[in-house]
Design a protein around this ligand. Structure first.
Ligand code: NAG
Length: 303
């Protein structure tokens, strides 16, 4: 009786071992992938086994929590179903083309090979780099010791990042700023940070705004070029200058015109008997109004 129990036990252990040994014939391993939006994302995978070569019969990819596979590949029949942006690269590695934010998540990778099958999970995360930040101020021209607001905006990034502020002496002003994060229809984020001053000291400028991604790595920076109110006054001065110049030009051209008119008159005085062809020449050169002038001129002669 005892031997029968022992035999049963040994058989059980063997069968468990059998199953295990079949499984350990090969091992599928995948690294989690970080993709960049609208680019290709590689998911490096490998089959580890003592026996070689291993031939793949079926690849099935499912998003975690979904019943239907998002991608199925059967190399022997050379058939692909599902999302055609997925590709099996050499061996068991995968590639996802034209990565989108919606591709983010956990996946289940089921592989069937000549050595049996295995299942593994991996995650895809997606990133997009923020555009260079743009700084604006309210008011546009800042008065010394006046109220001011600095705005720094960076768009087109993913996932949500943050904005830090530093002044000319690298003093960290971030704690005084308020950050607003909005998500567009495309899933991309816009970061807007506002720094408010009751009394702005122009010596603090230029302010720097630094955009950091969700891993606190810098993605871009901008410096705020201060426009001062008193600077704008010199611009007004410049305007006066241009006005003066314009006045000089107008008066100058008037004087020149008068001189030309005088010269013409003098010519006529030198030729008191203008002949027909001369009239035609003048008519061609000056057009229309000449007749009247010549008429006036004649009147002058008669005086
Ligand atoms: C600036 O201040 C922010 C908010 O307090 C902080 O998270 C950040 O690490 C500081 N940066 C530096 C360079 O000290």
């Amino acid at each position: 009786m005892a031997s029968a129990v022992l035999l049963f036990f040994v058989l059980m252990v063997m069968s468990v071992r059998d199953g295990k040994s079949e499984k350990s014939l090969f091992n599928l391993k995948c690294e989690s992938a970080v993709g960049v939006i609208s680019q290709n994302t590689n998911i490096p995978c490998s089959i580890e086994s003592q026996k070689k070569p291993v031939s793949i019969n079926t690849v099935v990819l499912k998003r975690l929590g979904q019943k239907k596979p998002c991608f199925v590949y059967q190399p022997h029949e050379n058939t692909i179903t599902g999302d055609t942006r997925f590709k099996v690269l050499g061996g068991s590695s995968l590639q996802l083309q034209n990565t989108a934010i919606s591709d983010e998540g956990e996946y289940e990778y089921h592989i069937r090979t000549s050595l049996g099958e295995d299942l593994i999970k991996f995650t895809i995360s997606v990133t997009a780099k923020y555009n260079n930040p743009v700084i604006t101020s309210v008011p546009e021209k800042i008065e010394k010791n006046g109220r001011a607001e600095l705005h720094c905006t960076a768009s087109g990034g993913y996932p949500a990042g943050t904005i830090h502020w530093f002044d000319q002496s690298n003093t960290n002003w971030t704690k005084s700023a308020s950050l607003d994060i909005t998500r567009g229809d495309d899933g991309l984020h816009t970061l807007s940070s506002t720094l408010r001053f009751q009394s702005f000291d122009t010596l603090w400028a230029p302010f720097k705004c630094i955009v950091l991604n969700n891993k606190y790595q810098e993605e871009g920076r901008s410096s705020f070029i201060l426009e001062r109110k008193d600077v704008s006054e010199t611009t007004v001065g410049n305007n006066t200058m241009t006005n003066t110049i314009a006045g000089v030009v107008v008066i100058g051209s008037l004087v020149a015109g008068l001189l030309v008119a005088l010269l013409c008159r003098q010519r006529r005085v030198q030729h008191p008997l203008p002949s027909e062809p001369q009239y035609d020449e003048e008519k061609e050169g000056l057009e229309g109004s000449v007749y009247k002038e010549t008429a006036d001129g004649r009147q002058d002669f008669s005086v």
